[in-house]
Ligand binder design. Structure first.
Ligand code: ZN
Length: 343
């Protein structure tokens, strides 16, 4: 089969694309013929170093993906060959204390596609049947693939962690990135008011077209002051944050008393001042979050089908041009998901 994989760590020169052995499906698994996968920042991280992530080399990159069922067990009742499906990339042990508690997302033996095992930048991937879900109607393979990491992450942050209500206001940092755009789309669909920040005017304009109620240019405006001006001096109920140290102080100052901040990333650094006095006096709540449960993914797929939400696609590249796709993501110029088409 065709695939893209890393042979070492470094730049694009360690990313190979060509013929690769096809995965062998084990009992209980589904062999999926992938049609699209999207790029996530962790793909760059795996290429660059992969430090702290137990993996072997060579390894196929790619976390999310959508395609059709190639083969399943004869006694599989939920999925049938030819069915259009989307993949949840987190494979869990089912036996550790966290899995037994029903929190598979905390599994101490978590194995993620493209991080700990061969991923989705390939014509085929084999995963446990429980990780495969019928594709929401109305989506392309590329749009469906985009759900598996970014939208699932944003879903858990907004609804499971922050418990966002329709009448509340959300501040989303760094609009243009996959999780931020997903958070904007999801929060608007449930009726919340959404403020977004970026240092790129073009991205702010595009966010407005997607429904953002208020935009803040971080390159020219003091974000916390702009938030207060836009909320009659009150602040926002929820902050969705993955930028890290560069905006942490602004994020804390933007919250109303009792407000909730959810973080899922630290691109600009992970050791900002904690601002403890503000946290306890204003009784702020801070949540860490990463990825999401199988049940959350099922809910997300239902939500997407019901509301007609379509993930934002930046550009599509054929699998052969994986290097160009990685460059596009690394440039930071993208607005939405960078997609690999797998013909
Ligand atoms: Zn487990």
């Amino acid at each position: 089969m065709k695939a893209a994989w890393i042979t070492a760590h470094g730049g694009n020169e360690v990313v190979m694309v060509g013929e690769h052995a096809q995965p062998i499906r084990e009992r209980g698994e589904v062999l999926v013929r992938l049609r699209a996968a999207t790029l996530n920042r962790v793909d760059l991280y795996m290429r660059d170093s992969g430090a702290g992530i137990t993996h072997r080399l060579p390894q196929i990159l790619g976390l999310d993906g959508a395609g059709t069922v190639e083969t399943v067990d004869n006694d599989e009742t939920r999925l049938t060959p030819g069915q259009q499906v989307v993949v949840h990339p987190g494979i869990t042990c089912g036996r550790c204390e966290f899995c037994l508690r029903g929190e598979r997302v905390l599994c101490s033996h978590m194995s993620l596609l493209g991080e700990h095992r061969d991923g989705t930048f390939a014509q085929y991937v084999s995963v446990p049947a429980r990780n495969v879900f019928p594709m929401p109607a109305g989506l392309s393979f590329a749009e469906a693939a985009a759900l598996g990491v970014n939208h699932l992450t944003a879903w858990r942050m907004l609804f499971s962690k922050a418990r966002l209500k329709a009448w509340e206001t959300v501040l989303v940092f760094g609009i243009g990135g996959g999780v931020s755009l997903a958070a904007l789309q999801l929060a608007k669909r449930v009726g919340a008011r959404v403020l977004v920040t970026s240092r790129d005017r073009q991205k702010l304009m595009r966010a407005s077209k997607l429904g953002a109620d208020h935009t803040i240019d971080g390159s020219t405006q003091d974000i916390a002051k702009a938030v207060m001006a836009a909320t009659d001096g009150r602040g926002v109920d929820v902050v969705i944050e993955n930028v890290g140290a560069a905006v942490w102080s602004s994020a804390m100052k933007s919250l109303v008393r009792g407000g909730r901040l959810v973080t899922c990333g630290a691109t600009t650094g992970d050791q900002p001042p904690a601002d403890l006095r503000r946290i306890f006096i204003r009784q702020l709540q801070i949540f860490g979050s990463t990825h999401g449960e199988l049940g959350e993914f099922q809910d997300l797929c239902g939500f997407v089908e019901q509301t007609g939400l379509k993930p934002v696609i930046d550009r599509e590249y054929p699998l052969d041009q994986v290097h160009d796709a990685l460059d596009r993501l690394e440039s930071g110029a993208q607005f939405g998901k960078v997609v690999l088409r797998i013909d």
